[in-house]
Design a binder for this molecule. Structure first.
Ligand code: AMP
Ligand code: ZN
Length: 489
């Protein structure tokens, strides 16, 4: 039995609830993955990095987690109201490529982005096109249960019928009548009976390239259906956590719940709904269509007109962790530069940790620090508070290293365990340029020897010059009882 007090904010109940898995020791988690018709931008990355921390922390607590994150490679139309062209088909036509060439290119890009942010791969990464049969079966079942109808080769979900006995808007808490009044009249789709009805299976027009045979003629699945079909296949009819960006809650996730309930005769298919807030630029959601999006590699190389310089992947990850996943995170050069300094300070302390000298007494309470760190993570994965406590750890490390404070051997090993498991395993940060660090270290030690030599010869102008020049470059030299050490500023 895992001993913890993890609490999760559940969009469905609009409260923070104690996390109780359906099967002791196991967690099933589904997160809506990217639509691979474009390079993933930094906003997309923020959502997936947030769930990476959730995945890592659940595993750290000892759960066996099955994390399913899909790849949408068909069925996502330009407009969420089932209108427009399929995003992937459109791009394929534009570039005169096979749709699967587009899918391959941007899936590889997405994996590359996730890798550079040190995000762990999910346990299963299913694709929509790999689960056409499951989606057809689900459509058939929903029709058999009386919640869908055929109209001209397209199958629609009957929202008004469903809403008679079920709370269709449970996830957003919106009033159904307001929603009906706010929805355009049938959106030009006269095959639909009700204006909130959405397509489970869409008849392919002659020019549509991505098409599959079905009992209703050639067509392709609706976007919402893939997630219901794949989560059912890999996590079952009732599972623990479902996540995605909060922009998905009103339509995509609302329709997913309706499909699951209508197909599987289950009242509450998912126990916890988690939604990440948006990455914004000057207060506006980062989005490809608004033209305010950066690609992660533009950040890493500094090649975007809004960027004052390049930022490393771990600086960007650290920047993301400085906000809670349910708050918006506004991009700015100042915030990233502050993150760069914070991350360097954290990594410097991590380097000192193993070699700290232990004493007979401790001046700090490490077990209290540990309690605070876990309480912050248990409070709906509150990474900014967790980081604030980890910086208390950084302060302790630096003070012990400077000889201003002391730590016992037992406390030191607790601190090493706490800091490294939280910083590396849970928050997923890592030392950058590990190969070069050794070289820098060797070079610095050589320079410091030359400086020590100058000092012994009482050539203080040379030793001071070395110290000042190093400071200009960004290395701080400290002369201590144990010799001279350096930190990267
Ligand atoms: P898409 O590829 O458009 O289906 O989006 C993939 C994921 O990224 C979804 O969960 C979206 O909610 C999320 N997303 C899109 N834009 C942003 C943003 N600016 N900030 C955070 N998440 C976003
Ligand atoms: Zn989805």
């Amino acid at each position: 039995m895992i001993n913890h007090n993890l609490k999760i904010y559940n969009t469905l109940t609009r409260t923070t609830e104690k996390f109780e898995p359906i099967h002791i020791g196991h967690v099933g988690m589904y997160v809506c993955g990217p639509t691979v018709y474009n390079n993933a931008h930094l906003g997309n990355a923020r959502t997936f990095v947030s769930f990476d921390v959730v995945f890592r922390y659940l595993q750290h607590l000892g759960y066996k987690v099955r994390y399913v994150r899909n790849i949408t490679d068909a069925g996502h139309l330009e407009n969420d109201a089932d209108e427009g062209e399929d995003k992937i088909s459109k791009k394929a036509k534009l570039e005169q490529l096979e749709p699967m060439e587009i899918v391959q290119r941007y899936t590889i890009d997405f994996h590359h982005v996730m890798d550079s942010f040190n995000a762990l791969p999910p346990s299963i990464e299913p694709t929509a096109t790999g689960h056409i049969i499951e989606q057809i079966e689900m459509t058939k079942q929903i029709m058999a249960n009386g919640f869908a109808y055929e109209s001209n080769g397209t199958i629609y979900f009957d929202v008004e019928k469903y809403a008679k006995d079920n709370n269709y808007t449970a996830l957003t808490g919106r009033n159904l009548d307001d929603l009906l009044n706010g929805t355009r009249e049938l959106g030009g789709q006269f095959d639909k009976r009700g204006r909130l009805d959405f397509a489970l299976w869409i008849k392919a027009k002659p020019e549509h390239i991505m098409r599959w045979p079905s009992p209703w003629g050639e067509g392709f699945p609706g976007w919402h259906l893939e997630c219901s079909a794949m989560s059912k296949k890999y996590l079952g009819n009732h599972f623990d956590i479902h996540g995605g960006g909060m922009d998905l809650a009103p339509t995509h996730h609302t329709n997913e719940i309706a499909q699951n309930v209508a197909c599987n005769h289950i009242k509450n298919p998912i126990n916890y709904w988690m939604h990440t807030n948006m990455l914004t630029v000057n207060g506006q959601k980062m989005s490809k269509s608004l033209g305010n999006s950066f690609l992660p590699f533009e950040l890493f190389s500094g090649s975007h007109h809004l960027l004052e310089k390049a930022y490393s992947p771990m600086t960007v990850r650290f920047f993301m962790l400085q906000a809670h996943y349910r708050s918006t995170l506004d991009f700015s050069n100042e915030a990233l530069q502050a993150a760069e300094k914070g991350f360097a300070r954290l990594m410097n302390a991590m380097k000192l940790l193993d070699d700290l000298k232990s004493s007979t007494t401790s001046t700090s309470d490490i077990s209290e620090l540990k309690t605070k760190v876990y309480a912050a993570m248990d409070d709906d994965f509150n990474t900014p508070i967790t980081l604030a406590h980890l910086f208390e750890g950084v302060r302790i490390i630096n003070s012990v290293n400077d000889g201003k404070e002391s730590i016992t051997e037992v406390d030191k090993s607790e601190l090493v365990k706490l800091m490294s498991s939280m910083v590396f395993d849970v928050l997923g940060l890592k030392e950058e340029n590990a190969v070069n660090t050794d070289k820098i270290d060797g070079l610095m030690n050589m320079i410091l020897e030359v400086r020590t030599d100058a000092k012994t010869r009482r050539d203080f102008s040379t030793s001071d010059l070395i110290r000042d020049k190093l400071k200009e470059i960004g290395f701080e030299i400290k002369d201590g009882k144990e010799g001279t050490s350096y930190t990267i500023l």
